[in-house]
Write a protein that binds this ligand. Structure first.
Ligand SMILES: Cc1ncc(COP(=O)(O)O)c(C=O)c1O
Length: 482
């Protein structure tokens, strides 16, 4: 078994005051180590920090660390190796590490603890406006589909046709053959990055960008290069320079609703970018997952309809308007690309569940209606949270987002990663900006979502303000009471 690298003293990223649980400190420390190994922060064979280093980084006595390691050795989770300290036992079914540092989206985390306001999510958690008759899939529906289709790796023909109609209505003539159904937009991005980064590719993306895209790029072994974004989207000068300098395999953009900044590309910018990519012959992925949440309601339509001279792959999803649990997304691309992606889709899962696809077919014609509802809901919540934070935290700054689900906040000082931990201790989950960064920048930014109910947003603003005051005082005193 491969021995993973030596874990640094601060690998638990916590301190004495924030060790979870109750009882003697060594038991709480053992619990924190157990949890970290379970999450994948350390793999089988990883060498733990020396007792002295761990004690120093957590502000504990060496005796406490010795006792915690002993307890975990007795449990069989850790083992001693003569001459080289303590490591995660290799005979246990632990597997290699998948540390959070490599997977910034942290898509697997536990739900936020009870009482915590979730300001990380980008989904309004209700299917309120969707009538039951749409959601009711009957035994008859399932029997009819099962009689007609088995794996269908490209997706149910009826759904592919419905997605094609959707784009045709948006001004981008599309046939069913140009559509591949995926398990959410996330799988679409992952298949695309895998395909285009064969042979050590460079993927160019906006910086900051969608965390799941960063994960996919890393998982595909691609190098990701970031470009600056302003209110109108990716900056043209930087794009021109990157296309001239690097052998770019793929450009990943969110032209109609940028995560996390909420930017939407102006018409002029779209034309400039379209000209550049057409001339460079670089394919573009336009991730339209958040496109229906543009507040002016005047989404300029798919970038593919503007950039006719370029290869543009459009990614879409039903997650943000309806329900991420459906796991229905898609790729719209030239047919030959769809065929290549379908091969990768077969390897990944042989095709998406037909049950979700049956519901998706019924939801697609309701996109415009649901988008109007979500925009109204989110515009109110954006203004509410903006107003509250302006009042409570006047030295925080952000640009009013034109769409999407987040305030992209710049802190006047301090480290956002540290502050996000403190905010969680005060009962609000927010995303530190560095998790959205291609290069570790934006350490002074927070992504704060406003999808939660108004009462929750009020609570979030109060708690953030308290956490900020506590940060100033250098205290981490939690207070979930308000
Ligand atoms: C820009 C962007 N793309 C893709 C996704 C993934 O969406 P899905 O649930 O369809 O996989 C998200 C989800 O947060 C997103 O914000």
């Amino acid at each position: 078994m491969r021995i993973d690298s030596h874990l640094p003293g601060n690998w638990l990223r916590t301190d004495r005051a924030r060790l979870p649980g109750e009882g003697p400190l060594y038991r709480r420390l053992a619990g924190a180590i157990r949890d970290a190994v379970c999450r994948g922060e350390a793999g089988a064979g990883s060498r733990l920090p020396s007792e002295r280093d761990l004690a120093r980084s957590l502000g504990l006595s060496r005796t406490t660390v010795v006792a915690a390691y002993r307890l975990l050795r007795e449990e069989g989770l850790l083992e001693s190796v003569r001459g080289s300290g303590t490591r995660v036992a290799v005979h246990r079914s632990v597997g290699p590490a998948v540390p959070a540092a490599d997977m910034p989206a942290l898509k697997l985390p536990e739900r936020p603890p009870d009482g915590v306001v979730d300001c990380q999510s980008s989904v309004v958690p209700d299917l309120g406006g969707v009538p039951d008759e749409i959601l009711n899939v009957t035994a008859g529906d399932l029997r009819a589909t099962a009689a007609d289709a088995d794996y269908e790796p490209l997706g149910l023909p009826v759904l592919r046709a419905a997605v094609a109609d959707h784009y045709t209505r948006l001004g981008l003539p599309t046939t069913a053959e140009q559509v591949l159904v995926t398990n959410g937009a996330q799988q679409a991005i992952s298949l695309l990055f895998t395909l285009f980064s064969r042979g050590q590719g460079v993927i160019v993306a906006e910086n900051p960008t969608y965390t799941g895209a960063l994960d996919s790029a890393r998982a595909a072994g691609a190098r990701i290069v970031g470009l600056p974004v302003d209110e109108e989207g990716v900056k043209v000068g930087a794009l021109r320079a990157a296309l001239g300098r690097t052998r770019v395999q793929l450009l990943y953009l969110m032209t109609a609703g940028q995560n996390p900044t909420g930017a939407a590309m102006s018409t002029e910018r779209r034309h400039d970018v379209a000209r550049l990519v057409a001339a460079a012959g670089v394919p573009v992925v336009d991730d339209m997952t958040l496109a229906d949440l543009a507040f002016d309601g005047r989404s300029s339509g798919p970038f593919a309809a503007t950039a006719v001279g370029a290869t543009v792959v459009t990614v879409g999803s039903l997650s943000k308007l309806f329900w991420p649990g459906l796991r229905v997304g898609w790729v719209r691309a030239p047919e030959q690309l769809i065929a290549r992606l379908a091969r990768l889709k077969v390897v990944a899962d042989l095709g998406s569940s037909h049950v979700g696809q049956l519901i998706a077919v019924r939801l697609l014609p309701r996109i415009a209606e649901m988008a109007a509802t979500r925009r109204e809901q989110l515009a109110v919540r954006r203004d509410l949270l903006s107003g509250l934070l302006h009042a409570e935290l006047p030295d925080w700054s952000w640009t009013r987002p034109r769409g999407g689900a987040f305030l992209w906040v710049r802190l006047p000082y301090g480290d956002a990663e540290e502050f996000a931990r403190l905010a969680l201790a005060h009962g609000v989950l927010v995303l530190p900006g560095s998790r959205t960064s291609t290069d570790g920048s934006f350490a002074d930014h927070l992504r704060i979502s406003y999808v939660a109910e108004p009462a929750e947003l009020r609570l979030a603003a109060q708690r953030l303000s308290r956490a900020w005051a506590a940060q100033g005082r250098g205290s981490s005193a939690p207070g979930l009471s308000a």
